[in-house]
Design a protein. Structure first.
Length: 429
């Protein structure tokens, strides 16, 4: 049985040959779909084509990604189309703004992303996972995709949108996640409306009163907005309540689901995680569990790409990026590139061990994007994911049916989703 499981590879996208792509319009190309990205991007590192009146540059090259996102970030701001889409879904929050407005909002929320708030997130995540384990065991068979999405949202509800302690499953949160889970994954604008109902519930019930004084969401009912060192209008505060709930539960929930599913598929790796959880080392910086989560993030980066508008010139290989070009940094292609990784489609957590030579460059692995527009909540996400997974695998054993696993494919929307339920058997240790 173990050898059979080892032979199964995680799902991957089946990208078409360049010759079979019709790049008719930029509107088609800005959406990450299997039929809009050539398989050559997994072997070549820069592909440029003119689409209508504009040049599109696809990047899967570490040094170029580092320049676009970090060292030359001022010349490659968030693409106007990405800002427009984010604003349509979330309003004038961090997802729908750019430049100084975006940076002001990010600065306002930075105090929530480190220090005592990380410790609070870790404690809430452990309490939540401990509370949910009996329910998983009683059910016996669960859908990791749904359960981890709900757990992640409940954790956010008790931490960033609550008093910072586990309060049990909130039925309104459960209803919200159930509606989101059934919603088409490519329609994130309407999905944001579902989350917005939860934000309204947060406001109308006075839950905001439970928040710490350094949490800008506490000003959600204040017509003057947040009046801290980095002020925000009430409209911006309300928009960011939706952003916090939506982005945290989707990206963290997906990574929790993929990580747990992969461990269920590879019992020898699960045994190592259990051993770490038993001796209390699963959350250490060099833990094997951290390697597992990194490998899940490599295979299934929550955000598959990021779009930038070129305002300056940049030489990338034999291509010159010019002002006005659309630049797309493909994290999916970077993470599975044939020149950057050994057996890139295989699940090999050890590639992130301290002794490994992978990744060949740090900018070959960018699961949280990077630079001024990178994920703000990395520390919170790591605290939550390690706490949940270590608790889950300390208390339970998860089994994945190899025949079911072979049927799992990928579904592309705002993130990389499984195309079906990730059903697993949950048994007590």
């Amino acid at each position: 049985m173990a050898s059979t499981k080892k032979s199964i590879q995680p799902p991957a996208l089946s990208l078409p040959d360049m010759e079979n792509l019709n790049w008719n319009s930029m509107a088609e190309m800005i959406r990450f779909r299997e039929n809009t990205r050539p398989k050559q991007l997994l072997e070549e590192q820069v592909i440029a084509r003119r689409v209508g009146h504009r040049k599109l540059v696809l990047i899967a090259e570490p040094e170029a990604a580092e320049k676009v996102l970090y060292s030359h970030a001022d010349q490659f701001p968030k693409a106007a189309v990405q800002k427009k889409l984010g604003h349509a879904a979330f309003g004038p929050g961090m997802s729908g703004t750019a430049g100084k407005q975006n940076q002001r909002q990010r600065n306002a929320f930075k105090p929530l992303m480190s220090g005592s708030h990380v410790r609070t997130m870790r404690a809430v995540a452990k309490q939540a996972a401990e509370a949910e384990v009996p329910r998983y065991l009683e059910a016996g068979r669960i859908d990791l995709g749904y359960e981890m999405a709900e757990l992640a949202m409940q954790i956010i509800w008790s931490s960033l949108l609550g008093a910072g302690q586990w309060e049990g499953r909130d039925p309104v949160v459960t209803e919200t996640v159930t509606a989101l889970y059934a919603h088409p994954k490519e329609d994130f604008v309407t999905a944001a409306d579902i989350v917005r109902k939860l934000a309204h519930h947060f406001e109308e019930t006075g839950r905001w009163k439970k928040l710490t004084d350094d949490n800008p969401l506490k000003a959600i009912t204040n017509p003057e907005g947040w009046t801290g060192a980095h002020p925000m209008s009430q409209e911006e505060v309300r928009a960011n309540a939706v952003v916090m709930a939506a982005s945290g539960h989707v990206t963290t929930g997906l990574t929790l689901a993929w990580s747990a599913w992969l461990l269920g598929l590879f019992p020898e790796h699960q045994a190592k995680v259990y051993q770490e959880a038993s001796n209390g080392s699963s959350e250490e910086p060099r833990s094997f569990l951290r390697q597992v989560v990194n490998e899940a993030l490599r295979l299934f980066p929550p955000g598959a790409e990021t779009m930038r508008d070129a305002k300056g010139r940049l030489q990338v290989g034999d291509q010159m990026i010019e002002p006005g070009d659309m630049v797309i940094v493909s994290f999916y292609a970077l993470h599975r590139h044939r020149r950057l990784w050994q057996q890139p489609d295989e699940f090999r957590p050890e590639r992130f061990s301290p002794e490994s030579s992978e990744p060949v460059m740090s900018s070959a692995f960018l699961p949280f994007s990077g630079g001024p527009g990178g994920c703000l909540g990395i520390a919170l996400a790591w605290a939550e994911m390690l706490a949940v997974l270590s608790t889950l695998f300390h208390r339970t054993r998860i089994d994945v049916d190899p025949e079911d696993a072979e049927k799992v494919g990928l579904c592309l929307g705002t993130c990389i989703y499984p195309d079906r339920s990730l059903h697993v058997q949950v048994k007590p240790r």
